[in-house]
Design a binder for this molecule. Structure first.
Ligand code: ATP
Length: 275
């Protein structure tokens, strides 16, 4: 609430400092985003605008967070959707939704008085699967074609720049037309965090939680090989719940350790028996 010290950050007001263990991805992304920030000089030099960035990597590694932080970094409007939202049984509906998405992004930027808009498309592989394969059929192909048409229509001298950031766990599934120059020609890989990345993420997600002085986050980072950022966020939340259950007003090391097991167990029970 405005005026109070407890202002709720709008969900998309994420900055790069809120993202742990992705230093490489962040610096590659920032380099690409400088195209938008320096749009005028880029335009004067006759360099074609950057239209698309593809973030690829396993689930829960921070791809959505990176897209939101990109919007803050470039002072752009932000609009998010998922490949699954374009899939319809009726012919032409997906393509129509793509057109509407670009219009909505432009209108939002105008309304918010911004010079640029970022469109985030999660699970791009659903609509961008290789055309003419088993994973694609005519309706999907039309939708993908429309996305390519809209991206080809992005010009550097438009008053509002549009940048599409797409995310996928399966870059190998994508139609090569999407990866051609002038489309998603920047690819940033967003991998699982290493030990120091996990430590950074644990620090981010315990920042607003009461941690006992005797806790050792480094040991937890050591014990969580293979955990994604989403797993680590869930671990911190679980540890706070366990501490409360035990009647503590601080999180102790034993709660963090128990939370590691809970997250691992949760992963196992979420999986189908055949996996
Ligand atoms: P998916 O592929 O499943 O869509 P994603 O890569 O887009 O996943 P996010 O949605 O960005 O993942 O992450 C989910 C949540 O996990 C975030 O809201 C955040 O709480 C936590 N998280 C993930 N990665 C990080 C990170 N690198 N730093 C801090 N928190 C993270």
């Amino acid at each position: 609430v405005s005026g109070s010290s407890n202002i709720v950050k709008p969900e998309f007001q994420i900055s790069f400092e809120d993202i742990g263990g992705q230093n490489m991805a962040i610096s590659e992304l920032k380099e690409a985003l400088d195209f938008i920030i320096n749009k005028d000089s880029i335009c004067k030099m006759g360099i074609r605008p950057l239209k698309g960035i593809l973030l690829s990597g396993p689930p829960g590694t921070g791809k959505t967070l990176l897209a939101k932080a990109a919007a803050k970094y470039t002072d752009s409007s932000y609009i998010a959707t998922s490949g699954s939202e374009f899939i319809e049984m009726y012919a032409g509906v997906g393509a129509q939704r793509v057109r509407k998405l670009f219009d909505t992004a432009k209108n939002l930027a105008k309304k918010e008085n911004k010079k640029s808009a970022i469109i985030f498309i999660d699970e791009i592989d659903i609509l961008g699967a290789k055309r003419g394969t088993n994973d694609s059929h005519h309706e999907y192909d039309q939708t993908l074609n429309q996305l390519l048409v809209e991206m080809d229509g992005i010009k550097s001298n438009n008053d509002i720049s549009i940048l599409v950031i797409a995310a996928t766990n399966r870059p190998d599934m994508l139609d090569s037309a999407l990866l051609r120059p002038g489309r998603f020609d920047r690819q940033v890989s967003v991998d699982l965090p290493d030990k120091s990345g996990r430590l950074q993420i644990l620090k981010i997600h315990t920042k607003n939680k009461p941690l006992d002085e005797g806790t050792n986050l480094e040991a937890i980072a050591e014990d969580t090989f293979g955990f994604s950022g989403a797993h680590l966020e869930s671990l911190c939340n679980e540890a706070a719940i366990l501490a409360m259950r035990d009647g503590y007003d601080k999180i102790m090391q034993e709660h963090l350790l128990e939370a590691v097991d809970k997250v691992i167990l949760g992963e196992k029970t979420d999986r189908k028996p055949s996996e």
